[in-house]
Design a binder for this molecule. Structure first.
Ligand SMILES: [Zn+2]
Length: 453
């Protein structure tokens, strides 16, 4: 088994229960696991030694909400300044042209960008299934795995199109029979429940306004049968409140309660528009949350109540959300956005840099029910590690607290990323150079789709 010693780091920030921070620390990796950490390594038989002077070592970040295919639709001029529902209606007309090559390529590109920005695990919410494009979810899995990231794709679904009062065009929604049959197929084919799995699948109807209540209920039954997690968007905008009241006679959280969706194996993206009763219900159910500040700011959706939610039974994690509403897939930047945006609403002492980093590491691990395997640097956990180099100009003068400096000074890119014991980023570059060669193809596909060809 390969033994890799990472030594001499200015700081090893473990994010364990005691939040230990070890100065001049080391971590020893054997195969895909962490086998030792501390101040002075013993023994000298290593296959590789990685020096950490001037660097901070952390557990890999966990991104819990994304739509990787939207990497093809960044910064689309006519969508860039619109609110969610108008933004969706405009983009659906471009999104409906995606095919397997588009989905595979954008998944590889999006996951590579995540790796470079510190995420070693990512979820993805894939919900667009254009008619006549079979096995498109399979293309997404293929693209994600190509990057080497630990991957949690979710099989999304939409069954309400324009003709039923929904937002998407008819050509990208499926019947409920088609959806449930394909959910079952992908769970059997791809979901790996084994410890340290690199691929796990969850089920994720797109949102309360794009599927029927029947499908929401059936999806929970299927998730129970296969022991997998459930995910969806919830309470993202004020328009959604109005839509749910009109269509279902209930606000979003109450509607989820009716559907049996307030459970510990569910995580919701956004949760921006909540009242006290919503927070109480979500807390009692111990649901997970993916907070996506850049997306919420871009679409002008509002500021999610992360600070009060964090004090309840809700587990908070962070997500970059799709690149059409964030325009980046940069995980460490999302940590800074979280800290800053919560301070706008709750004051300067509302959320520290360390607390924001904790949401992006152990918070994500807990939301994906993998707290025993990832999210902190501890003996026996997976070797999912990242390091930032503090010698750059953006950190000059920030030596007093190197860990907080990552957030306060705006770290942007890792120096090193290891996933499941494999080196994926070294000296700030992806180790697999072939991933860079996908950029021209990705750009060509994007041009074609945005032009509507
Ligand atoms: Zn989303």
């Amino acid at each position: 088994m390969t033994r890799t010693l990472l030594r001499g780091f200015d700081l090893v920030a473990t994010m364990d229960d005691e939040r230990r921070e070890i100065e001049a620390g080391y971590v020893l990796v054997e195969g895909n696991r962490i086998v030792a950490l501390g101040k002075d390594p013993t023994g000298n038989t290593y296959d590789e030694v990685i020096e950490g002077k001037g660097k901070v070592l952390l557990p890999g970040l966990v991104n819990t909400h994304h739509h990787l295919y939207q990497t093809l639709f960044r910064n689309v001029p006519d969508a860039a300044d619109k609110k969610l529902f108008h933004w969706l209606i405009f983009l659906y007309e471009r999104w409906k042209g995606i095919d397997n090559e588009a989905v595979r390529t954008s998944a590889a590109i999006g996951c590579s960008e995540l790796l470079l920005s510190g995420a070693t695990t990512t979820s993805d919410h894939f919900y667009l299934f254009p008619r006549g494009v079979p096995r498109i979810f399979d293309a997404e899995v293929e693209g994600g795995l190509l990057s080497g990231i630990r991957f949690h794709p979710t099989r999304g679904s939409m069954s309400l199109s324009k003709k039923d009062g929904g937002l998407p065009p008819d050509s990208v929604v499926q019947t409920e029979e088609e959806i449930l049959a394909d959910c079952q197929r992908v769970l059997e084919r791809y979901h790996d429940p084994s410890p340290f799995a690199m691929l796990r699948v969850a089920l994720a109807p797109c949102s309360p306004f794009s599927v029927t209540s029947e499908l929401m209920r059936e999806t929970t039954k299927l998730a129970d049968e296969y022991g997998v997690l459930l995910h969806t968007h919830l309470a993202e905008t004020a328009d959604e409140d109005a839509f749910c009241l009109e269509k279902f006679g209930a606000r979003p959280v109450d509607y989820m309660e009716d559907l049996g969706w307030l459970r510990n194996d569910v995580w919701f993206a956004h949760l921006v528009h909540l009242n006290d009763s919503d927070i109480d219900k979500l807390s009692r159910a111990k649901v997970g949350m993916s907070h996506c500040p850049s997306s919420n700011m871009t679409l002008g959706s509002g500021i999610a109540p992360v600070v009060p939610l964090k004090k309840t039974g809700v587990t908070v994690s962070l997500g970059v959300d799709g690149s059409a509403s964030n325009d980046t897939s940069n995980m460490i930047r999302e940590v800074r956005q979280t800290m800053l945006l919560q301070r706008v609403r709750y004051g300067a002492d509302a959320l520290t840099a360390r607390e924001a980093l904790y949401l992006a590491t152990m918070g994500g691990a807990r939301v994906l029910h993998r707290e025993g395997e990832i999210g902190s640097i501890e003996v026996g956990k997976a070797a999912d590690l990242i390091a930032f180099d503090l010698s750059g100009i953006e950190f000059a003068g920030a030596h007093a607290d190197p860990l907080a400096a990552l957030v306060h000074c705006g770290a942007d890119r890792v120096d090193l990323a290891i996933v499941n014991g494999e080196l994926r980023v070294r000296d700030g570059r992806l180790v697999d150079e072939s991933l860079y060669r996908l950029i021209p193809l990705h750009n060509a596909i994007s041009r074609r789709l945005i032009a509507g060809r």
